[in-house]
Design a protein. Structure first.
Length: 406
């Protein structure tokens, strides 16, 4: 026993000395940057290397595990919260923000550099007046189209719901797949839902649903009908193809249109660097002026309230917000910047820019739906069984279950 204790003590001494030596050798404050996008790891690695090389006081280390949101929740429970958290403005963010684990940034100078539209989105998603994140990059959800197929068939970009279906019908009659649907992955079924729900009923619906003054059964009939209408223009194996299949096949010119997010463009170009991509907002009604682009916060940057390195964390976020660095990130990721004056120059998304410039945007509906509702699987099941009443009842039932537990 004495020998064991002696060995343990020696080992502890070695570890302490090694740790101290490493700390002295680096001479830097280490800041952990935890973010949830695997496809963005390389882009952030490059920016982190640039930041670390630009000064000698702070060393930022990126952590990007598989299933990052689950890992983050586990770490929160263990009170092991990263210094900086990069994540989407989703229900998970809302729950964490309400729990008080993030630093209050309401009056922070960092916020003055970003678009107020997306700051308000964070407030709405969290249901709080306090701001606990810096919107860094945004994305968009709409309809990609093959510009060569459109030219070949003499098709114009649809501006209304009726024009969208007419365009799909013309493509179908010409022997082309109108929409390449990828509903083997249940999260893909939410993309049309987001456009329809946000545009036709608005985000205000969710504020009222939280208060119990409206229901999905009352308000979502038209949305459900239009979700089903799009199913008539798929490819015959809508539930047998996944996201990767869709990116590859659209890149090969297998469909005229592809209901998707801007995040898919880099993946499509991996299959075909010269893919002829155009992009328009999914029109949900017949008044073009009322149709808004679905655009939300792709990555926000939050700081742990318990971090011992808040000042250093803010210095890194300030670095990321610098126009040159923001531009580098959105160019590589085909996203949009929240920083004033930083533009996305990719021609594939040129048709979306006027909507962003006018502020003719609205957030993703699913950002307001608790994860426990299991929206993805509920929609996937509905599109298979086509039971509108059952679908809307299920949404109401699951929402109420979650509300009762919160």
């Amino acid at each position: 026993m004495k020998l064991g204790k002696y060995i343990a003590a020696c080992l502890l001494t070695v570890l302490v000395l090694t740790a101290c030596g490493a700390k002295e050798e680096s001479g830097r404050v280490q800041v952990e940057f935890f973010q949830n996008k695997p496809e963005a790891k390389g882009s952030f690695d490059a920016l982190i290397e640039k930041f670390n090389s630009s000064q000698s006081e702070i060393k930022v280390v990126q952590v990007n595990p598989p299933d990052a949101e689950t890992v983050l929740k586990t770490r929160v429970v263990k009170n092991d919260i990263p210094d900086i958290i990069g994540m989407g403005a989703t229900d998970t963010y809302s729950l964490l923000a309400q729990s008080g684990i993030f630093m209050n940034l309401t009056d922070n100078p960092l916020l003055s550099q970003v678009d107020e539209t997306y700051v308000q989105m964070l407030k709405d998603v969290a249901g709080m007046d306090e701001v606990t994140g810096i919107p860094y990059s945004t994305n968009a959800n709409g309809v990609m189209y093959n510009t060569e197929i459109f030219k070949e068939l003499g098709l114009s970009v649809p501006k209304t719901w009726d024009e969208l279906l007419a365009t799909a019908q013309k493509a179908k009659e010409a022997g082309k797949i109108p929409f390449y649907l990828t509903y083997k992955d249940d999260w893909q079924t939410v993309l049309p839902f987001n456009a329809l729900a946000s545009n036709l009923e608005g985000i205000e619906f969710y504020m009222e649903r939280r208060e119990g003054t409206v229901t999905f059964a009352d308000k979502y009939q038209e949305i459900a009908e239009k979700q089903l209408a799009l199913m008539d223009y798929g490819h015959g194996d809508n539930f047998g193809k996944n996201y990767a299949d869709g990116n590859r096949e659209f890149a090969r010119g297998e469909s005229a249109m592809y209901i998707q997010g801007t995040w898919a463009i880099p993946e499509i170009r991996k299959a075909n660097p010269d893919a002829p991509i155009g992009f328009f907002p999914l029109p949900t009604g017949n008044n073009p002026e009322e149709n808004k682009l679905i655009s939300g916060v792709d990555t926000l940057l939050a700081i742990s309230e318990d971090s011992k390195h808040k000042e250093e964390a803010q210095q890194f976020i300030q670095f990321l917000l610098e126009p040159e660095n923001s531009k580098q990130y959105i160019t590589e990721q085909t996203l949009f910047s929240t920083v004033e004056g930083v533009t996305q120059d990719d021609p594939a998304v040129a048709e979306l820019l006027p909507y962003l410039e006018r502020g003719q945007v609205i957030d993703f509906a699913d950002h307001y739906i608790p994860a426990a509702v299991q929206l993805n699987s509920v929609i996937q099941s509905f599109l298979q069984n086509r039971d509108i009443d059952g679908y809307l009842k299920k949404l109401d039932t699951e929402w109420d279950k979650v509300a009762d537990r919160r």
